[in-house]
Design a protein around this ligand. Sequence first.
Ligand SMILES: *Cc1c(COP(=O)(O)O)cnc(C)c1O
Length: 401
Amino acid sequence: MKNTTGFNRQITQRWRPATQAVRAGTWRSDFGETSEAIFMTSGFAYDSAEEVAGRFEGVRPGFTYTRQGNPTVAMFEERMAILEGADIARATATGMAAMTAALLCALKAGDHVVASRALFGSCRWLMDTLLPRYGIATTTVDGRDLDAWRAAIRPETRMCFLETPANPTLDVVDIAGVSALAKAAGAFVVVDNVFATPLLQRPLELGADIVAYSATKHIDGQGRAMGGVICCSQQFHDEHLFPFLRHTGGALSPFNAWVLLKGLETLELRLHRMCDNADAVVAALAGRAPGLRFPGLPDFPQYALAKAQMARGGTIFCFDLGSRDRAFAFLNALELVDISNNIGDSRSLATHPETTTHKAVPPELRAGLGITPGLIRVSIGLEDPQDLTEDLDRALRAAGA
Ligand SMILES: *Cc1c(COP(=O)(O)O)cnc(C)c1O
């Protein structure tokens, strides 16, 4: 492998995000291929016994086994680390593998975790069901309320976990505010940055310690591959994350890493077009879709905070049709937008969170999160915004709105 500029931090850190997303982390083999090679291999062979012993000891560079590292996966990890401004990134098989590893790698029985209550449904399950099962206490708070975070943090609090904007109601959490409280208590802050992507929100610069992604969403962005990634400091990686990942084994497939590298190549282009489209569709539906919520709308309740910590409003909005029947009538009347529970795809997608992504959340908790029977979440893609507006407007009329 030729250690080309893609791995030269002095050069790649200087580049702007669009350049980093195309170029950072590119290694070339002796063939000089332009597009990254796919190393579909589980293991590696060595020139000598001394060589492999040195690699296992960590005194010689090189790969030993794909569960612990692979050239194609390493290219994706380096590109993500550079884009995020982190020391290091580690890829996982899915976004949930990333969230689980980011939490469990540094927790033990007797620790305490504070999390915002508006989380992706499976992250709620980690908080409410999995962590308590292992003797890790959890407290969930209204993430919008800094006083609630302050009141919940205890001496044994080891981590604060938050998602912002949150799925599906788009609640915004003050990353700098929570990070300052956590730092004073000696707790790590983990941010699920899926909705914003590294291009719209920079949690590490706001004081967070760990940023985790589902790469399945905007990073692939074309509905093809699952993946996850965790970005953090070298110290957190060496002490906590790497031992956990190498021994528990939620590794990303080299093929999927390659798909995700191709996704990153166009991320900046796609994301800004999708944001432009979301801005246009939301402007057309304002006053038309009841209870429309979008962080980029001036009447969004947390508009000032969203504007302060996000570069743009994002690609996702939601509204409330008042009942499940009307929500279903809306979805069933769509001609262009797909009924699908994914987000961040080049195809626009709409879903009914109550019966899909947040079905596992107990009904009484759902109501507190604003996940009402009439709530619809829309993820805007790359189609012409006029076609999208016409489709959504027609479906709203079919639903009696
Ligand atoms: C999708 C998603 C996840 C989980 O990612 P998978 O790749 O589906 O495992 C976690 N958090 C958020 C906010 C998500 O949207």
